[in-house]
Design a protein around this ligand. Structure first.
Ligand code: KG4
Ligand code: ZN
Length: 382
C-alpha cells in the first residue's frame, strides 16, 4: 500500500525514448533517466516502429535499474509503478507495459496506467512544485505540442483528480511533425525541431511570406462542437507543402541533395556543421517557416484562452522546448494578463518523470490498473 512518501517509479516507452524516473509525491524528481534512440532512427529520417520496440526491449531493464540507483531507491522501497498506456506506437508501448506489469506483480506493488498527454501536462505542475509553487489559478488551458500532438485542453481539478476537455487539435500534421518533415525535406537530418530552432536565429524570418495556416471547413467528424462550445483547431500539412513548392520553384533540389549527402557523412553533426552547410536563402526559409508555426500556435492558443477566460496557460511537449515559441508566448500571454508556464527543456520532451508525476493523484485516489490492461495507441485524454 502507498506510504506517506508516495515514491513512484515511472516508465515511458511510447515512441523513441526509453525512460524511467523516480518521483516523490508528484513534486520531487529523485532520478530521471532517458535513453534516446535518435542515433538508431537517424539514418531513416524518422522513427521506425519495429526498431523502436527492439531498442526498448534492449534498454528497459538497465534504464529502470539506473533510475532506482540514481534515486537511492530499491525495487522494494518504491510505493507504486506507473507506466504510459498510450497514445503511442503499439509495439513500443507494450514493452514498457509488460515490464511494468511484471515488476508490479513480482513486487506486489500497485500499478498505475498513465496517458502520455496527461504526463506532458503534469510535467508543468512537477516543474512548478519543484520550485515551491503549489498554487494553480484556474481556468487552465494546456497546449500539448509535440511530434505526435498539437492539442488544446481545458484542464480541471476536483480534489486530487484532474480532468480534461479537448478544445482544439490538429486536423492533420502535428507541429513537431511539420518541423521534422521540413528539416528532412531540406536535407537537415532528424529530429528536425531542435535543428530548425538553432538555425532560425541566423535567418530572416520575414524573408519568405507563408500564408498563415487556414482551416477551410468545420470538422465534420467532431460531434462535440455543439455541446462543448468553440473549437480552436490547427493544421500544419499546408505549410509543409508550401515549403516543398518553394524548393521546387527556386530549383533547390540539387543543393539540398548535396547537403543531405554531406550531413550524412558527419557523425553527430554540430549546429556549426549545419549552419555552414546552409546558404542564406535556406536559413531565411527555415526562420520564416518557424515564425509562421510559432505565430499560429500562439494566435489560436490565446484565442482559446480568451474564450475560456483562462488565468493560466501551460505549454508543454517536445516543441515547447523551442526558444522562439517560449519567448514569444511569454511576451504575448503577459500582455493579456495570462500566467504562462513551461516545463524545463528536459521535462518538455519525452521523459518518465512526467509519467510518475501524473500518477501521483491516482496513487492518492487508489486509481490502480488491473493486470489485464493493455496498450492503447489512440488513447484519448479526458
Ligand atoms: O514530446 P516529444 O519528445 O515526443 C512526442 O510525444 O512526440 O516531442 C518530440 C517532437 C519532435 O517532433 C521534435 O522535433 C520536437 O518535438 N522538438 C522541437 C524542439 N525540440 C524537440 N521542436 C521545435 N523546437 C525544439 N527545440
Ligand atoms: Zn510526448
Amino acid at each position: 500500500m502507498a506510504s506517506n512518501s508516495g515514491i513512484i517509479l515511472g516508465i515511458e516507452s511510447s515512441c523513441d525514448e526509453t525512460a524511467a524516473a523516480v518521483v516523490r509525491a508528484g513534486e520531487q524528481v529523485l532520478s530521471n533517466v532517458v535513453f534516446s534512440q535518435i542515433a538508431i532512427h537517424q539514418p531513416y529520417g524518422g522513427v521506425v516502429p519495429e526498431l523502436a520496440s527492439r531498442e526498448h526491449l534492449r534498454a528497459i531493464v538497465p534504464v529502470v535499474r539506473r533510475a532506482l540507483v540514481d534515486a537511492g531507491q530499491s525495487y522494494q522501497s518504491i510505493d507504486a509503478v506507473a507506466v504510459t498506456q498510450g497514445p503511442g506506437l503499439a509495439g513500443a508501448l507494450l514493452v514498457g507495459i509488460s515490464y511494468a506489469k511484471a515488476l508490479a506483480f513480482a513486487l506486489d506493488k500497485p500499478l498505475i496506467a498513465v496517458n502520455h498527454l496527461e504526463g506532458h501536462i503534469h510535467a508543468v505542475l512537477l516543474e512548478e512544485r519543484q520550485h515551491g509553487n503549489h498554487l494553480v489559478n484556474f481556468p487552465v488551458i494546456a497546449l500539448v505540442v509535440s511530434g505526435g500532438h498539437t492539442h488544446l485542453y481545458l484542464a480541471e481539478q476536483r480534489q486530487e483528480t484532474w480532468s480534461y476537455r479537448n478544445v482544439g487539435r490538429t486536423r492533420d500534421d502535428a507541429a513537431g511533425e511539420a518541423f521534422d518533415k521540413v528539416a528532412k525535406l531540406l536535407g537537415l537530418g532528424y529530429p528536425g525541431g531542435p535543428i530548425i530552432d538553432k538555425l532560425s536565429k541566423f535567418g530572416n524570418s520575414a524573408a519568405v511570406k507563408f500564408a498563415s495556416p487556414q482551416l477551410k471547413h468545420p470538422d465534420r467528424n467532431d460531434k462535440s462542437t455543439k455541446e462543448n462550445g468553440a473549437r480552436f483547431d490547427f493544421s500544419y500539412s499546408g505549410i509543409k507543402t508550401a515549403v516543398l513548392r518553394y524548393v521546387e520553384t527556386h530549383n533547390l533540389q540539387a543543393e539540398i541533395e548535396n547537403r543531405r549527402n554531406h550531413m550524412g557523412r558527419i557523425n553527430k553533426p554540430t549546429i556549426e556543421d549545419h549552419r555552414s552547410a546552409c546558404p542564406q536563402n535556406i536559413l531565411d526559409l527555415i526562420a520564416s517557416f518557424q515564425r509562421t508555426i510559432v505565430e499560429d500556435l500562439i494566435r489560436k492558443t490565446l484565442q482559446a484562452c480568451r474564450n475560456y477566460n483562462a488565468a493560466t496557460l501551460f505549454v508543454t511537449g517536445g516543441v515547447a522546448a523551442n526558444n522562439e515559441l517560449r519567448s514569444r508566448f511569454e511576451l504575448e500571454a503577459r500582455k493579456e494578463g495570462i500566467q504562462v508556464y513551461f516545463p524545463s527543456r528536459s521535462l518538455s520532451t519525452d521523459n518518465a518523470a512526467m509519467i510518475a508525476a501524473a500518477a501521483y493523484p491516482k496513487l492518492i485516489a487508489q486509481d490502480f490498473a488491473t493486470m489485464d490492461f493493455s496498450a492503447e495507441p489512440g488513447l484519448i485524454l479526458k
